[in-house]
Design a protein around this ligand. Structure first.
Ligand code: NAD
Length: 337
């Protein structure tokens, strides 16, 4: 069994812990938190050994009546691999600790690409993470774009991708984020950081991205235009995308008109926390005009990187090849709507 430690138990960390716990070849050796809040109590209830991310704060957990297994360094030592799901920038501060214990670490999209040996997406470049000590699972948006662009690139060749990302202002629990009542070009200048981030996975891809922020918490939405080398029919593109295990083609008959109904569907399907691990591509939006492909996709920012983190664990340890890992992860989680 692969022993996985999770440092940073917030939006991403708690989901990764639950996903790891479901894998037949992995166990959660512990999770580290900074504060004894509701998530700390839930972690203990789920049976995850809880470690104090900041050792001096150990007494605060004890005062709150929460049992703590030790300090974070003990967790790093006990783990075969650590998933660092701390807020942006904290992963970089933690790097020396992972190195000191010779424990490979997976960071999240909020960290800089320069921090790591390789940026990772299971569909696009799984094998590049083999034996790497520091791997960055790219952000929710870059994950969503990589999953879509990989099969298009392989099958038709991509001349140029142009994507406008309409981004949720914050996650449901991020009460301090916004805008509350505005529509922001964000950033106003081109490109948004997403295009260069996609280039950490596809170095030669020609891509321009524009970002906007809107008063929503549910999902991001991408308006995608990809100019292709070989021109397929829209039907052929739909078939290609339907064959990808982490793309969900939203059927016209479902009458799903936006992120609200997508989330409702996920909850009706009994998804934990209403999570949607797959890109949601509106089937009838897939159109080809001359050599331009157009489509809309929605990305659940809180959960699409979760299966990718699970695959990255196997990738760095050489525990499975890409196809085996993706299938194992998908089966254990129930990916595929
Ligand atoms: P979050 O704030 O929900 O969770 C981070 C957790 O880390 C919190 O519980 C916080 O208390 C804890 N923490 C803070 N300092 C710590 C420390 N020194 N040691 C250990 N834990 C510490 O953040 P999140 O949304 O889960 O984001 C985590 C990372 O994932 C970031 O890099 C982010 O960019 C990336 N990411 C976030 C999303 C998203 O939409 N939420 C999507 C993809 C990637």
């Amino acid at each position: 069994m692969i022993k996985v430690g999770i440092n940073g138990y917030g939006t991403i960390g708690k989901r990764v812990a639950d996903a790891v716990a479901l894998q037949p070849d992995m166990e959660v050796v512990g999770v580290a938190k900074t504060r004894p809040n509701f998530e700390a109590e839930t972690a203990v209830e789920k049976g995850y050994p809880l470690y104090a991310a900041i050792e001096e704060r150990l007494p605060r957990f004890e005062e709150a009546g929460i049992e703590v297994a030790g300090g974070v360094e003990e967790l790093v030592e006990a783990a075969d691999v650590v998933v660092d799901a701390c807020p942006s920038g904290i992963g970089a501060e933690n790097k020396a600790m992972y190195e000191a214990y010779d424990t490979p670490a997976l960071y999240q999209g909020g960290e800089s690409a320069d921090l790591v040996d390789v940026s990772f997406n299971a569909r696009a470049n799984y094998s590049e993470a083999a034996d790497a000590d520091h791997v960055r699972v790219v952000s929710c948006n870059t994950t969503g774009l990589s999953r879509l662009l990989a099969p298009l690139q392989e099958t038709y060749g991509v001349k140029k991708a142009r994507v406008t990302l309409v981004r949720r202002g914050g996650d449901p629990g991020q009460t301090g984020r916004g805008p509350i009542n505005d529509i922001l070009p964000n950033p106003v200048t081109l490109p948004s950081h997403h295009g260069p981030d996609v280039n950490t996975i596809f170095p030669d891809l020609n891509i321009d991205t524009l970002g906007m922020k809107v008063p929503a918490t549910l999902m991001h939405t991408h308006s995608v235009n990809v100019q292709l080398e070989e021109v397929p029919t829209a039907e052929a593109v739909r078939d290609l995308l339907a064959g990808e295990s982490r793309l969900f083609l939203v059927p016209e008959r479902f009458d799903i008109d936006g992120a609200g109904k997508l989330k409702e569907y996920a909850m009706d399907r009994g998804r934990p926390r209403g999570d949607i691990w797959e890109n949601c591509v509106w089937e009838e939006s897939v159109s080809v005009e001359d050599d331009d492909l157009y489509l809309f996709q929605a990305i659940h920012q809180e959960s699409d990187v979760v299966p990718e983190n699970v695959d990255a664990v196997r990738a760095v340890l050489g525990a499975a090849d890409a196809d085996e890992s993706i299938e194992r992860t998908n089966d254990a989680l129930g990916v595929g709507l």
